[in-house]
Design a protein around this ligand. Structure first.
Ligand SMILES: *Cc1c(COP(=O)(O)O)cnc(C)c1O
Length: 238
């Protein structure tokens, strides 16, 4: 998708971003949390580098992407070079894409199996990189959505923590489709607490998207991944 940083687009992103920040503020207030505990990640998949630039200009430095090829191309845009972005990779990942992903991603939220830990560790070591990695926890029984079963999360966290070129940051989840986000995020939190008991540095809880960020804030999310509420709706064809 090509795009331009028009004043109209800037105004639209600004309005959306203001509304999302207000939702986060309100949710934190209701949950008795400090909003400074929350990092907002703008998920720019399907949207052009020009939007990333506009968002950076509006104070967003955390950018999320979920498809390797698109993300790699977008992040290579020369106009993004000086912006000091933190790039979060959120999508399901094949092991053969590990070298590509570690070349531009600072954090990888979707680590869900030991083979992927090994591939990312190898790729990061040979690239001289040290990305942060999160255990993606599956909160429903749909294997197409990724994630390790909650009872396998601790073992995967141990594997990441033991990988020389990866830093274990915490856990990530996507709420089940059409389900109850509160129950799902409460479960995620208990998995996160368990992991933190053995890995005190694993403080991130990446949960909450456009539709359910309030529930995520209620259950201890530290990182919200918000796409459509900021960027607008994506094409439905994927
Ligand atoms: C696309 C995506 C998001 C953002 O979803 P919205 O509903 O547009 O906010 C968050 N997390 C992951 C893993 C995604 O792929």
């Amino acid at each position: 998708m090509t795009g331009e940083a028009t004043p109209e687009r800037r105004a639209e992103l600004h309005a959306n971003l203001t509304a999302v920040r207000e939702r986060i503020r309100t949710a934190c207030h209701r949950a008795g949390r400090d909003e400074r505990e929350i990092t907002l990640i703008a998920v720019t998949k399907f949207f052009p580098a020009s939007d990333v630039r506009l968002l950076a200009d509006l104070g967003v430095r955390d950018i999320g992407e979920n498809r390797d090829q698109e993300a790699r191309r977008k992040m290579a845009d020369p106009s993004l070079e000086a912006l000091a972005l933190t790039v979060h990779f959120l999508g399901q990942l094949q092991t053969n894409k590990a070298p590509s992903v570690v070349s531009y991603a600072d954090t990888i939220h979707s680590v869900d199996r030991p083979r992927l830990v090994a591939a990312l560790d190898r790729a990061a070591a040979s690239a001289g990189r040290r990305p942060q990695a999160l255990v993606q926890v599956g909160l429903d029984d749909d294997p197409t959505r990724g994630g390790v079963a909650p009872n396998g999360a601790q073992e995967l966290a141990d594997a990441i923590a033991g990988a020389a070129a990866l830093d274990l940051a915490g856990v990530m989840a996507v709420a089940p489709r059409g389900g109850q986000p509160d129950a799902a995020f409460a479960r995620l939190r208990s998995v996160a607490d368990g992991i933190r008991a053995t890995h005190p540095g694993a403080t991130w809880v990446s949960a909450g998207m456009s539709a359910d960020l309030e529930a995520a804030v209620r259950h201890g999310a530290t990182h919200l991944r918000v796409g459509s509420a900021i960027l607008g709706s994506r094409p439905t064809l994927r």
